[in-house]
Structures are given as C-alpha cells and as structure tokens.
Design a protein. Structure first.
Length: 144
C-alpha cells in the first residue's frame, strides 16, 4: 500500500526530492483533520485540495488524487506519529504553515470539533510548534 502511494507521489514530486516524504506526511495530516470529527465534509475536502494545489503546484484533478491517496494512507496508519516523524527536516516557518493549514481544514465546514482541535494540538507538539504559534495561527484562521 505504501509503495503504491510513493509511486503516485513520485509522479508529482520526484523521489529524490527532500519534499517527497514531507509531502505525503502533510497530505496525510490534512486528511487526519478532515476525518477527526468523523464527518469528512465537502468543504474540508475542498480546503485540502486547495492547499495541495498551492503546496505541490499541480492541477485540481491531481490534487484530488493526492487527497484520495492520503485518505487511504490514513486508514492504514497507526497514529499521527507515522506522519509527523517524516517532518523532521521542515523548517519552523513550514511547520507553522502546516498548523495554519490544518486550522483552515478544521474550520472549512464552519465548525471546529473538539477532536479536530485536539489533533492539531497534538501535531503541533510533535513537530515542535510552540503554543503561542499554535494559538496565533488559530486566531489568524478564525478571529472570532
């Protein structure tokens, strides 16, 4: 299963690229937020696809395929650590941008579920984003 995912990602991001493992991990973390409340809404899916288009510079159909690959990978993973452990090479601004993207997905359906917030909090801690940045990105996405 993971081999199929990596093969697909290789068509979007070259395997030798340092972004390869982090791209798959980011896709999966965004998918984790989408399903955290056990209600994967169309708005959340659209937010993920939009983020993937910006991140990987691909067309919408490829971004949707990447979303589907990420959803499959999430189903077979044991925990978010499977994905956060792949992000060791990300610099701090990229880590903060990931947390902000996770907030955007969480708020895409107009409602923040407590499970979505708990997941984002856990990921922020695992990738060493300090609490003040965690809160700042949350307020940037939803100032209310």
């Amino acid at each position: 299963m993971i081999a199929n995912i990596k093969r697909f990602l290789n068509t979007i991001v070259p395997a030798k690229s340092p972004e390869f493992d982090s791209t798959l991990a980011i896709v999966c973390l965004l998918c984790e937020v989408c399903i955290a409340d056990e209600n994967a809404s169309e708005e959340e899916k659209a937010a993920i696809v939009n983020t993937l288009q910006k991140l990987t510079h691909v067309e919408q159909d490829k971004a949707e395929e990447l979303f589907n690959v990420g959803m499959e990978a999430v189903k077979t993973s044991n925990s978010v650590f499977d994905f956060t452990s792949q992000l060791a090479d990300l610099d701090n601004p990229s880590r903060i941008a990931l947390i902000k993207s996770m907030w955007e997905v969480a708020y895409a359906d107009g409602h923040l579920d407590k499970m979505e917030e708990a997941l984002i909090r856990k990921v922020a801690a695992l990738i060493y984003v300090n609490h003040s940045e965690f809160i700042r990105t949350k307020l940037e996405v939803n100032p209310a």
